[in-house]
Structures are given as structure tokens and as C-alpha cells.
Design a protein around this ligand. Structure first.
Ligand code: SF4
Length: 85
């Protein structure tokens, strides 16, 4: 396996230890429908665990809120692209 390839498992939740969202209110990451996700995405962009967080959300089919810098709609679109649809 290449050295720079990280394998994430269901048990690899270490990214949560440095999650910037844990230091803010949930309203940033679970905004009311139609509200801006800009502030959440800005925090995600600076978060060390962004990629792992996004993969976790995709793997666990998280439907609500901002995860890994993507909104529900953006994750849904990414899921479809990955599935080749
Ligand atoms: S990427 Fe965003 S949602 Fe994920 S842990 Fe970091 S701050 Fe939280």
C-alpha cells in the first residue's frame, strides 16, 4: 500500500478529536432550511479532519447538516457522481 494512502474504517474516528465544529454551536452546521451554510463551510475549510469527516458522512448516509464542507445537496450530488449517475 502506498505510504500516503490512508485507510478509514468505521472505528477510525480520530478526526473528531480536532473537529472545529465541536467548538461552535450546532446552528452553524444544522441551519434552518434556506439559511446560509457559508459560515459552516468556512470552518470546515480550516478543519484538519475535513476529508475524513466528508467520507464518514457519505459512508453513513448523513442526510442533514454540513459535513466535510458540503451541504446535504452537495453530498447528494457527489454520491450520484461517484455512482456514475
Ligand atoms: S469538516 Fe466541518 S463538519 Fe467536519 S469535523 Fe470539521 S468542522 Fe466539523
Amino acid at each position: 500500500m502506498p505510504k500516503n494512502l490512508t485507510v478509514l474504517t468505521d472505528h477510525d474516528l480520530s478526526w473528531q478529536e480536532t473537529a472545529l465544529c465541536a467548538q461552535t454551536g450546532a446552528e452553524f452546521f444544522f441551519p434552518e432550511p434556506g439559511s446560509s451554510t457559508r459560515d459552516a463551510k468556512r470552518l470546515c475549510a480550516a478543519c484538519e479532519g475535513r476529508v475524513a469527516c466528508l467520507e464518514y458522512a457519505l459512508t453513513h448516509d448523513e442526510r442533514f447538516g454540513v459535513w466535510g464542507g458540503l451541504s446535504e445537496q452537495e453530498r447528494s450530488e457527489l454520491r450520484l457522481r461517484r455512482a456514475g449517475r
